[in-house]
Design a protein around this ligand. Structure first.
Ligand code: 5CA
Length: 442
């Protein structure tokens, strides 16, 4: 891809309306464009990143045995009336009437709809557990949408739902998602900590938020610093190992402010380990038993008895994660953003110095591009006639983690290669490709 042909509308300066660095950067490098309050279009750069995040989320849902479906954005009000949430949800729900005057709504979440799908076809406990998820746009008419796509009205969410016969089975499902979240955030190179949380309008009494530390986050948290050292990987998906995994985190006091209790905090956390700070909620999981299955009359047959299924739901803010990664990885002191290679829009930027009458650097760039492509490395060539330092500055903001600079300093078959925030090295193209490929494997 040539930069001159790409649709990456860069702004000269930070837009005044943006208050936090992720919002500033996303507008500045043309990742998103606001279409109305709290509603955004995703431009190629931002969209590519979001799609890569989505794919990682999907793979980690599949890995714990969840099955992907796709439910619509527009729902009928009927099932929401059945559950009793049609009134309760209040003004955050966008209500619409169709031409037949039927009450419809733009889904803020899908507990009712997925329960209705489940009850119409699953009759026996032998089909349990069922873990279903979809990745779909949601709409919540937030009173104060802010910080760009961090708290907006239309956003992209992965929501999963589990159906089990007993509480015990349901905790096993809960713990599978708990594990899948740890794996997902690790692949995104984020340190997201599970914290005991309030359940709000979703309901239930067991819930964790997954939080990334950030000064600009909207969640207040109280935690024991030692939770950051918990080694989280488990390869076995089995009841007791997963329940131990969750316990390893729950051993440390770690809560959002709705759950905060000063005495408990001070009693269970030695002073030197107490941390009271802010974070961004990137995921939220809930266990709510038969809160929806009962009013929606969703039961399975178990030895002749009708048992209401036990349910949980599990959300990840896929679009919010784009902003959250920027908050975690953008260094505004040196103006360098560095996307984790797992979600970077390109693996490498080829940055040639271009003189009007000399096309040799552009030819070199094309050859490098083709070679990298043969090694499955996705590059972008900056073929514009900006000077080299302006180009580097621009790519430092875009955040592609590797740069090949083709200027006066490249000699013979050696090129100036650097990790965006590292020291330049002189390497040949095979060495460059092998370094990037290695990073992509991790
Ligand atoms: N039904 C449950 C779980 S599937 C649910 O809706 N949970 S939630 O309300 O906590 O949302 C899940 C995730 O979506 C949150 O953790 C957050 O990352 C993201 N999210 C929620 N509201 C917004 C919003 N207004 N803008 C961007 N992301 C949001």
């Amino acid at each position: 891809m040539y930069f001159s042909k790409s649709f990456i509308p860069i702004l000269k300066n930070n837009p005044a309306e943006a208050k936090i660095k992720s919002h500033q950067l996303m507008l500045r490098v043309g990742m998103i464009k606001q279409s109305s309050a709290g509603i955004y279009s995703w431009l190629p750069l931002g969209f590519k990143i979001m799609k890569k995040i989505e794919q990682i989320v999907r793979e980690e849902q599949d890995r714990v045995g969840a099955q992907e479906i796709l439910m619509p954005t527009i729902q009928s009000s009927e099932i929401w009336k059945e559950s009793g949430r049609y009134e309760d949800y209040g003004e955050e729900m966008l209500r619409i009437k169709d031409r037949q005057n039927r009450e419809m709504l733009y889904g803020p979440t899908n507990e009712e709809l997925v329960t209705e799908i489940f009850r119409s076809s699953v009759k026996s406990y032998k089909s349990l557990p069922q873990l279903l998820y979809h990745i779909q746009w949601k709409f919540r008419d937030e009173l104060r949408p802010r910080f760009g796509i961090m708290r907006c009205r239309e956003f992209y969410m992965k929501d999963a739902y589990s159906f089990d016969l007993t509480d015990d089975d349901a905790f096993f499902s809960y713990n599978k998602f708990f594990l899948s979240y740890l794996r997902t955030f690790k692949r995104l190179n984020l340190s997201a900590i599970p914290m005991a949380a309030d359940t709000g309008p979703i309901g239930g009494n067991l819930s964790h938020e997954f939080i990334i530390l950030a000064d600009t986050g909207e969640s207040k948290i109280y935690t024991d610093k030692r939770i950051f050292e918990v080694e989280s990987e488990t390869t076995i998906i089995e009841k007791s190992s997963l329940s131990n995994l969750r316990k390893e985190f729950e051993n440390f006091y770690s809560v959002t402010d709705e759950k905060f209790n000063k005495d408990e905090f001070e009693k269970s956390v030695p002073e030197e380990f107490r941390l009271n700070t802010k974070g961004i909620e990137v995921g939220h999981i809930f266990y709510f038993g038969d809160k929806y299955s009962k009013p929606l009359n969703t039961a399975v047959d178990f030895n002749g008895n009708k048992e209401f299924v036990k349910m949980g739901s599990y959300g990840i803010g896929v679009s919010r994660l784009v902003g959250a990664i920027i908050e975690a990885k953008y260094n505004d002191k040196n103006g360098i953003m560095k996307w984790p290679i797992s979600v970077s829009p390109y693996d490498c930027a080829i940055i040639p110095m271009i003189n009007k009458n000399d096309t040799s650097n552009l030819e070199k760039s094309n050859n490098i591009f083709e070679y990298l492509k043969s090694k499955n490395i996705d590059a972008i060539i900056d073929d514009t006639d900006e000077n080299i330092s302006a180009k580097i500055k621009k790519f430092n903001l875009i955040g592609i983690p590797y740069q090949i600079i083709i200027g006066n300093k490249s000699e013979g078959d050696l090129f100036e290669f650097k990790e965006i925030d590292g020291e330049p090295q002189k390497l040949n193209i095979e060495e460059i490709a092998s370094q990037i490929s290695k990073a992509k494997l991790n």
